[in-house]
Design a protein around this ligand. Structure first.
Ligand code: AMP
Ligand code: GLY
Length: 424
């Protein structure tokens, strides 16, 4: 079958790499893709948010499955666009309709959903311009640090964690006045959860689900988790503290009630759910839901899936997931992101990348790259993820760092402490 995958990051290269190994695949298109996805499929110059053109392309090329990598087209309703258009309604879409995508598209919606279904998360209070004074009272009733979140999608930048109540009150006001645009018209004030984060993923058809390997993401630019937040500087899977008793709690208290809650509320769902969790003294709490795979988590999770992913997608799209099982590679996988100098602030693009032939035992997933006159050049802040298997985490990390040293572009930077906190 022919598949169109939307997106252009490391997550999409990892998905494309895996789908390209499927015996069910005839032709894989990626829109818009990057230099890495071009190696495993055909890149198409279309924006994931241009639903009309994507629909036309699918009809023209006889595409029977659309896999949506990033959240934005899902929140904007690409699945609904396909489901409601007679020419497109037979195409299976991996990724929820906008009703399900609200779990990521509105933090307030997600919090109210969790409240309805008794799913552990931080206590919260939603504020708009109309009830700003109540918001200020709520801040004053809490102890620091204060967590303020723009309700809508803000490309990972809409969360502020502040130590001082006065600053929190000022920030609340500036968010409501448009600091994050429309996304901040509602602001969610949350209780601060103290613990260690991890990312848990399922693939679901809206009734049953398959648990994928969990991962830990390293978000800060600097070693020792310092400096600005980024899209993610590396990830590892498995996560040692996500042992059997902990994961049983995650399934029982969080995953199962989420799937059941969606089903009971009549929200159809086919695709990934990404549970951003906090381990608070051995108990899991939801920090956020995402309605897609994580990036860079996908680069550490997808290669550990031994099962044909497209077979699972077909099952997810036809409500047949309960008949399927998933087989996971027991080995550890680490992924280290190579980024452009200056990221997550200003950085240059178009710099030639060399040494890609030195991948050795690593798998290189491109993120911000493109072809320029037949040569691979940088085209983003996060340039590529170096992923490696090992019999243990240390071995996987050693391989990543060996490869990371051999790939080069001007201003290359990477964190040398990915996974270090998890080593014995
Ligand atoms: P989010 O976009 O909701 O994932 O938030 C971004 C980051 O802020 C998370 O990955 C956490 O590190 C942190 N964060 C968000 N909400 C909370 C919370 N209630 N308590 C503690 N940390 C939080
Ligand atoms: N790595 C976090 C995310 O994909 O949102």
């Amino acid at each position: 079958m022919n598949v169109l995958l939307l997106g252009s990051g490391g997550r999409e290269h990892a998905l494309a790499w895996k789908l390209s190994q499927s015996k069910l695949l005839e032709k894989l298109y990626i829109a818009p893709g990057n230099a890495g996805t071009e190696e495993v499929g055909e890149n198409i110059d279309l924006s994931p948010n241009d639903f009309e053109s994507i629909g036309k392309f699918c009809v023209e090329k006889n595409v029977s499955m659309l896999v949506v990598g990033p959240e934005e087209p899902l929140v904007k309703g690409i699945h609904n666009h396909f489901a409601e258009n007679p020419e497109l309604s037979d195409i299976s879409v991996i990724g929820p309709r906008k009703e399900g995508a609200m779990l990521e598209g509105s933090k307030n919606f997600a919090n109210r959903f969790m409240e309805r279904h008794g799913i552990p998360t931080a206590g919260s209070f939603a504020v708009t311009r109309e009830n700003m004074s109540e918001g200020i009272e709520f801040i004053r009733s809490q102890s620091p640090p204060y967590v303020l979140k723009a309700d809508g999608l803000a490309a990972g930048k809409g969360v502020l964690i502040l130590e001082d109540a006065g600053t929190a009150e000022k920030e609340l006001q500036s968010m409501l006045e448009g600091k994050f645009g429309k996304a901040g018209e509602t602001v969610v004030i949350e209780e601060f959860l103290k613990g260690v984060e991890l990312s848990v993923f399922v693939l679901t058809d809206g009734e049953s689900y398959l648990l994928l390997p969990e991962a830990k993401d390293y978000k800060r630019i600097g070693e020792g988790d310092t400096g600005l937040n980024t899209g993610g500087m590396g990830s590892v899977s498995p996560v040692p503290f996500a042992d059997k008793p902990f994961m049983e709690k995650v399934e029982k208290q969080i995953i199962y009630p989420t799937i059941k809650g969606l089903f009971e509320e009549g929200v159809p769902y086919s695709g990934f759910i990404f549970f951003g969790l906090m381990n608070v003294a051995g108990n899991p709490y939801v920090v956020e839901y995402n309605v897609r795979m994580g990036d860079p988590e996908a680069e550490a999770v997808i290669p550990r899936i031994k099962t044909d992913l497209m077979e699972l997608f077909v099952a997810a799209g036809t409500s047949n997931l309960k008949k399927r099982s998933i087989s996971i590679d027991e080995r550890a996988l680490a992924s280290v992101m190579l980024v452009s100098e200056g990221y997550p602030g200003k950085y240059r693009k178009g710099l030639p990348v060399s040494g890609l032939e030195n991948g050795g035992e690593s798998i290189i997933f491109h993120a911000g790259t493109k072809y320029d006159n037949g040569k691979i050049v940088t085209n983003g802040g996060r340039v590529m993820a170096v992923s490696s298997f090992g019999n243990n985490l240390k071995e996987a990390l050693d391989k990543c760092y060996k490869t990371a040293g051999k790939i080069d572009f001007e201003g290359k930077y990477f964190r040398r402490d990915i996974g270090r906190d998890l080593l014995d």
